[in-house]
Design a protein around this ligand. Structure first.
Ligand code: IYR
Length: 227
């Protein structure tokens, strides 16, 4: 194998003032993203989903293997079957499998085993991670840093959906292997996240939660500069 051919990097050099304005503006947009659990059934065009998934798929990945598959589902019958299977697992979670501490930690969110949003939201995007690749001959090919890579791609998916004007929920019914069967995915793929996507129901409310202040999440090292 040889090194790939190179092309000039397309890169826009910005002034410090420009960078600050853009960084602040992006934060102002992104801090309005909230996990939504009450969706309207208003449809969203597939073309919008395609662009959002195209953006997610720009994420960096180990050795550029791009070890992800995004499966947008808007078939009502399939959404119904996904809901039934997810609620079955979640019932067991909420009635025995989750610790008391976990149940207490979830109280502010008012969640339980019922997941009507899996049918109401116009789209369910099921994100799969490919634990290994398949060569043309069907032989196993290594993938690297799969969880990191698919996590990055999923973050971009959420940001792209929010930027486009859509609400999302990162949902993780557990265990999720029923999704392989329901969607007929190959054995090298594992469900990673189930992301309902659409519009919030009119009058939608979300928990009054705060993001941690910067001094709790940012620890600066080095001499730096004041300010
Ligand atoms: N998967 C369950 C439980 C759940 C767990 C966590 I951690 C959350 O942040 C939210 C929910 C459910 O979806 O209800």
């Amino acid at each position: 194998m040889h090194q790939a051919p190179t092309i000039p990097l397309e890169f826009t050099l910005r002034t410090e003032a420009e960078m600050l304005v853009r960084a602040q503006a992006f934060h102002a947009t992104m801090c309005k993203r909230r996990s939504v659990r009450h969706f309207s059934d208003r449809p969203v065009p597939f073309a919008v989903l395609q662009e959002i998934i195209r953006t997610a798929s720009t994420a960096p990945s180990g050795a550029n293997k791009q070890p992800w598959t995004f499966c947008p589902v808007d078939d009502p019958g399939l959404k119904h079957r996904i809901r039934l299977a997810a609620e079955e697992e979640e019932y067991r979670n909420y009635h025995g499998r989750m610790s008391d501490e976990w149940l207490q930690d979830l109280e502010p969110f008012g969640t339980d085993h019922r997941k009507p949003f899996l049918e109401t939201a116009p789209w369910l995007v099921v994100v799969f991670k490919q634990v290994h690749g398949l060569g043309p001959d069907g032989a196993k090919r290594n993938h690297y840093y799969v969880t990191e890579s698919v996590g990055l791609a999923s973050g971009l998916l959420l940001a792209a959906a929010h930027h486009a004007g859509l609400a999302t929920l990162t949902h993780t019914p557990s265990p999720m292997n029923f999704l392989n069967a329901l969607l007929g995915r190959p054995s090298n793929e594992r469900p990673f996240l189930l992301i309902p996507m659409g519009f919030p129901v009119e009058g939608c409310r979300v928990p009054d939660l705060a993001r941690k202040p910067l001094d709790q999440v940012l620890v600066r090292y080095g001499p730096g500069r004041e300010g």
